[in-house]
Design a protein around this ligand. Structure first.
Ligand code: GSH
Length: 225
């Protein structure tokens, strides 16, 4: 689709990195995936995101764009002729941004903390899920996705954490999406995971579980030395 030079600095296991990867897939944009090695930061990353030094960073014709949600919106604006990711109606657009921001603020931190501080944190992640079940009912308007009949910005923001949520369920037995409390989201998660724009970039649960074990072993070794 594009003659532009598009590179993405990231890592396969990172939920934040999954966001721009799904967005680029929706737009059928080819890109080079530059993977960071765990535990070290490349010169290119440090130069491209000197403020946060975090992945993902999109390099579009050499110009860096940082922060996953901002990158997703940028991709939607630049490749505007392909399926849109943000709703065109201003009110729906504001609503979608509201839920994407809510997920960043409440869902990500609680999911990430769930394995360490099992009960309290997992409870708040589960409460956020119930809130999202309501949002799904309101914004999907009978479609499969938060964006209606196609994947939108809220699907991308929420869905990028599915791998981690599943890995946590395997590792510590905490179920963040469940049939009883969030039946809509269970169905949504299946549809999202199977979508052509998603299925190749959503990490397999077993691989994430292995990766998490490796990380915690490294942390323990570092703490003991
Ligand atoms: N708010 C950022 C975004 O949405 O892009 C968060 C990105 C983020 O936390 N990235 C992690 C990272 O680069 C990887 S999942 N961590 C390395 C570090 O914190 O030094």
């Amino acid at each position: 689709v594009n003659n532009d030079d598009v590179k993405l600095i990231g890592a396969w296991a990172s939920p934040y990195v999954m966001r721009p990867r799904v967005a680029l897939n929706i737009k059928s944009v080819d890109y080079e995936f530059l993977q960071e090695q765990f535990g070290s930061k490349s010169e290119l990353l440090l130069k491209s995101n000197p403020v946060h030094k975090k992945i993902p960073v999109l390099l579009h014709n050499g110009k860096p764009i940082c922060e996953s949600s901002i990158i997703v919106e940028y991709i939607d604006e630049v490749w505007s002729s392909s399926p849109s990711i943000l709703p065109s109606d201003p009110h729906n657009r504001a609503l979608a941004r509201f839920w994407a921001a809510y997920l960043d603020e409440k869902w990500f931190p609680n999911v990430r903390a769930a394995p360490r501080a099992a009960t309290e944190e997992a409870k708040s992640a589960a409460e956020v899920a119930v809130e999202m079940e309501g949002a799904y009912g309101e914004t999907s308007r009978g479609g499969d996705f938060f964006g209606g009949d196609k994947i939108g910005v809220v699907d991308i923001a929420f869905g990028s954490m599915l791998g981690s949520a599943r890995a946590i369920q395997v590792r510590v037995g905490v179920k963040l999406l469940d049939e009883e409390k969030t039946p809509g989201l269970v169905k949504w998660a299946e549809k999202f995971s199977a979508d052509p724009a998603v299925k190749d970039v959503l990490p397999e649960t077993e691989k994430l579980v292995e990766f998490a074990k490796l990380l915690s072993a490294k942390f323990k070794a570092a703490a003991a030395s």
